[in-house]
Design a protein around this ligand. Structure first.
Ligand SMILES: Nc1ncnc2c1ncn2[C@@H]1O[C@H](COP(=O)(O)OP(=O)(O)OP(=O)(O)O)[C@@H](O)[C@H]1O
Ligand SMILES: [Mg+2]
Length: 336
């Protein structure tokens, strides 16, 4: 009798079944280690949704954008209809303007605060130190992404995210932000009441910093509501049948679960097709197949029931809409 070990592992719920079972799913994210096929999977999924009649936005939050390259169209900094595909727009989010705006905004607030605290110092030095660090760009990217989601101009959004931990930070930041903002608000309130106590006039002073923190907390709260909503949001992780990409997404999945962000499942990419390999194929190829075999066992075992698609390694890179169309029968098997 065949034991559990001998059973041929198979996909329990495919990507199309997953999407089909969640009609209100609207925000789809792809993450994973560098170079595993996040952009390709995001592109293919967006194409699939567009072909099903959903007005779809394919957006990149990876500062090293590659949608323009993939589609052979300039989509940097603006939403552009994808040539030859109805219902599909692509957009590489540009943070430059946002960072400039945020700098001006912060400068004003710091000036106000320095005046309020009766400190004589130039705001500019503070602004430079606050805005020169990479976290500031990440935060600007997060804001742009959330803005795009809130504007609600499309039926579906597919996000091609950055490979590093910053994808998780972008989303996890919402939790940290609210904790931080709450602390800030508390100390602002204390400072204000002390000041009011010490001043002769009893009238309430305007406090732009406080107003900003309150509205910021509200926005972050709304973003968290969206990002943690199982009906509307799903984060998919792309891996190769190799040690490092698997290790990366295991960590990601754990983090995302901890943050309460819905994990849609795992896509395995670049699996060498066994029917293309014979006993007399080059040793190099046979070795890689054996390596992938071992990692596929690990994948089926450890991602238990969460594998949504297995995409073969093609004999060419995936470029253009035609390249994406080649991925569809595997990504959305049983559909067309
Ligand atoms: N199944 C596949 N078969 C053959 N080539 C593939 C496959 N999937 C992706 N590629 C190619 O591999 C390269 C990496 O894919 P992609 O750009 O989608 O990865 P990524 O995870 O977005 O990378 P980055 O981390 O740099 O953003 C691209 O050249 C792409 O065309
Ligand atoms: Mg990419």
């Amino acid at each position: 009798m065949a034991g559990a070990e001998d059973r041929v592992p198979q996909i329990e719920q495919s990507l199309s079944e997953y999407l089909g079972s969640r009609p209100s799913l609207k925000y789809v994210f792809f993450g994973g280690k560098g170079g595993v096929g996040k952009t390709v999977m995001a592109g293919a999924t967006a194409l699939q949704l567009a072909r099903h009649g959903k007005r779809t936005m394919l957006a990149s939050t990876n500062p090293v954008h590659s949608l323009s390259g993939l589609l052979d169209q300039d989509v940097y900094g603006k939403a552009v209809p994808v040539t030859g595909v109805s219902n599909l727009w692509a957009y590489e989010i540009d943070t430059k303007d946002n960072i400039e705006r945020a700098k001006q905004d912060i400068k004003q607030k710091i000036r106000w605060f320095l005046k309020f605290a009766e400190i004589s110092a130039q705001a500019d030095a503070f602004v430079e130190s606050a805005t020169m660090n990479p976290a500031f760009e990440e935060s600007a990217m997060f804001e742009e992404m959330v803005d795009l989601m809130f504007r609600n101009e499309y039926d579906a959004y597919v996000f091609d995210t950055a490979p590093t931990a910053n994808a998780r930070r972008l989303l996890g930041m919402s939790k940290v932000y609210s904790l931080w903002v709450n602390k800030m608000l508390k100390s602002r309130e204390e400072a204000r009441s002390l000041r009011e106590l010490l001043s002769f006039t009893k009238k309430k002073e305007a406090d732009p910093l406080m107003d900003y923190l309150v509205s910021f907390r509200e926005r972050i709260g709304q973003a968290r509501d969206l990002l943690t909503d199982k009906e509307r949001t799903a984060f998919f992780f792309v891996t190769l049948p190799e040690a490092l990409p698997i290790a990366v997404i295991k960590r990601f999945i754990q983090w995302f679960r901890d943050f309460g962000i819905p994990v849609g499942g795992v896509v395995v990419n670049m699996l060498i097709q066994k029917d293309q390999v014979r006993a007399d194929s080059p040793e190099f190829v046979r070795n890689r197949v054996a390596m992938q075999d071992a990692y596929m066992k690990e994948i089926w075992r450890d991602f238990d029931g969460a594998v949504r698609a297995v995409i073969p390694l093609f004999d060419d890179e995936v470029r253009g809409v035609s390249g994406l169309a080649r991925v569809l029968p595997y990504a959305f098997a049983g559909e067309r």
